[in-house]
Design a protein around this ligand. Structure first.
Ligand SMILES: Nc1ncnc2c1ncn2[C@@H]1O[C@H](COP(=O)(O)OP(=O)(O)OP(=O)(O)O)[C@@H](O)[C@H]1O
Ligand SMILES: O=P(O)(O)OC[C@H]1O[C@H](OP(=O)(O)OP(=O)(O)O)[C@H](O)[C@@H]1O
Ligand SMILES: O=C(O)c1cccnc1
Ligand SMILES: [Mg+2]
Length: 502
């Protein structure tokens, strides 16, 4: 099982400006200039305190299959500028025909808990190649991370109950449905109703039946009995087509017949009305009839807020079916991930290469808003932890700071330089970005989807509850290593004075 959706080249799945810039780099003979780009987001979605990294498997699929086909090239040849003449010259099209990716890519593995400003993916290589990857990488990481985060939030509220993803019919198109099912499973759903996702991604599939089944019979009892006859080992009956509690009584009747045949009534589903009241009453009826093990499934525009309220009201629901608001990431339609140039290698001749840092020209985007000023550097994230869990994350420049920690390290809050933390040499840590491609060759095995899903839960267990709460969550500390902070400050000052380099 590959966990990949893309088995064909999607190299034109990019914005036109990436191709026009690529042409520009090629034309100005800077295509091969070595660049470093970081992909990160600035704010956790859903006003939450954390994000789940997801989408790397599809990034890998995209890159594994990268390459412009003859048809792609033929199409690019048809593009014209505002004078009606071709946008790109033939020689550039030939260049693209032979283009093979040779980038080094590091990434934070899927299922990892991540925070604003941390590079989830770092791409290093010829600037033309890095540039072409901007849009697809953002497309693939933003959406899946958003949905995995939504599912993780749902998992936090349902605790050990069963969580089903029912979203395909409301998803944003085919791919929105497919990738949402994958990310929702990783984030913490137990199964999906999406059969193709089940097949392609090895996700358990499951579900009940629709109102149409009941409506196609003259009465509900007949409908339930017929369903139980056909699929005696898969009976969860939707009871709310006419009157929910009457429906439960009919389901109990069917349940008795199933029992006589050696099967069981697996569940009933409520899909309208007051789900707290109805589930409590349904539970009483089921228990009184000896169906203590029959599950109560609920669906109907659920999300983490409604589920949390239902649980507080004492609802007797043990399976939650969540569709629309999960796969459309209600109520935040996108994760705002960005991909920024962070360094360019200097011309070999212009600088001695004795210090790794001197080899690079650090780059950043200025902004009036401090949060939008990008951080330069060949970034790595160091996550410090102790026996209770994660303590803080520090972004550092892997070329400037020796990766081995032999002395104390100071981390500075990027939005308030007076806030500092010191970590001594024996503090436990992990560096989060790991090599995925070296010179365009894959050096990373995609883990199976079940272990990624399990990882989300072990990661969340290491987060302080305050960071996981939904209302005004505590901000998990993410800082810059002191040297990187100083470099950034120096660069901001020099850029503001109209210079471009440090
Ligand atoms: N006890 C409850 N507390 C909070 N929210 C609830 C409770 N019961 C149901 N809900 C939620 O309230 C909303 C009810 O939706 P709506 O007003 O469309 O009612 P409905 O029961 O679906 O109506 P209909 O019978 O016409 O289908 C849904 O999002 C549902 O999940
Ligand atoms: O509510 P969601 O979280 O999206 O979950 C999926 C919904 O899809 C189905 O019905 P559908 O919404 O198509 O019709 P209905 O609302 O009339 O039941 C199902 O009965 C759920 O209500
Ligand atoms: O199986 C179900 O109950 C189901 C599947 C898709 C959407 N709503 C419900
Ligand atoms: Mg509905």
């Amino acid at each position: 099982m590959t966990n990949k959706l893309y088995d064909t080249s999607l190299s034109l799945l990019t914005d036109l400006y990436q191709v026009t810039m690529a042409y520009g780099y090629w034309k100005t003979k800077t295509a091969e200039k070595e660049a470093v780009f970081n992909l990160y987001f600035r704010k956790n979605p859903f006003n939450g305190g954390f994000t789940i990294a997801c989408g790397l498997a599809n990034v890998i699929g995209y890159i594994d299959n990268f390459g412009f086909s003859k048809k792609d090239l033929r199409y690019l040849k048809t593009l014209v500028g505002n004078d009606g003449k071709p946008l790109f010259e033939e020689a550039f099209i030939d260049y693209l025909a032979n283009l093979k990716l040779t980038c080094d890519i590091e990434a934070i593995p899927e299922g990892t808990v991540v925070f604003p400003n941390e590079p989830l993916v770092r791409v290093r290589g010829p600037i033309l190649q890095c540039q072409l990857l901007e849009t697809p990488l953002l497309n693939l990481i933003n959406f899946e991370s958003l949905i995995a985060t939504k599912a993780a939030r749902l998992r936090l509220v349902v605790e050990n109950d069963t969580l089903l993803e029912f979203g395909l019919r409301r998803a944003q198109g085919v791919d929105g449905g497919m990738t949402a099912s994958r990310a929702a499973y990783i984030g913490g759903c137990d199964a999906t109703s999406n059969v193709l996702a089940g097949k392609l991604y090895d996700i358990p599939v499951g579900g009940t039946h629709a109102h149409s089944w009941v409506m196609s019979f003259t009465d509900e009892q007949q409908a339930f009995d017929a369903y139980a006859d056909v699929l005696p080992n898969n009976v969860t009956l939707l009871v709310d087509t006419y009157d929910s509690l009457q429906g439960v009584r009919h389901a109990i009747e069917t349940g008795h017949r199933l029992k006589q045949r050696g099967y069981k009534l697996a569940g009933i589903r409520l899909d309208s009305g007051d789900l707290a009241y109805l589930s409590i009453e349904a539970r009483k009826l089921l228990d009184a009839a000896g169906f203590e093990d029959t599950a109560i499934v609920a669906s109907n525009d659920l999300d983490e807020t409604i589920i949390s309220s239902l649980r507080q009201q004492g609802a007797k629901i043990n399976v939650w079916g969540v569709g629309t608001k999960l796969v459309t990431a209600f109520d935040q339609p996108a994760l705002g991930g960005v991909y920024k140039l962070a360094a360019l290698r200097r011309e070999r001749s212009s600088q001695p290469d004795e210090d790794g840092a001197l080899a690079w020209e650090y780059k950043m985007k200025l902004s009036e808003q401090a949060i939008k000023i990008s951080t330069p550097g060949i970034q790595q994230v160091r996550r410090f932890s102790d026996e209770r869990g994660f303590i803080a994350d520090m972004i550092y420049d892997s070329e400037r700071m020796d990766g081995s920690i032999s002395k104390a390290i100071t981390m500075i809050d990027p939005l308030d330089f007076t806030k500092r933390r010191r970590f001594d040499a024996n503090q436990d840590f992990d560096d989060l970005l790991i090599p995925v491609f070296r010179l365009g060759k894959r050096v990373y095995e995609i883990p199976d989807i079940h272990s990624v899903r399990a990882k989300v839960q072990t990661q969340l267990a290491k987060l302080h509850p305050g960071v996981k709460r939904f209302v005004n969550p505590h901000t998990y500390p993410v800082g810059l290593e002191k040297g990187l902070h100083e470099l950034k400050t120096k660069l901001i000052l020099s850029l503001r004075e109209g210079q471009t380099q440090v």
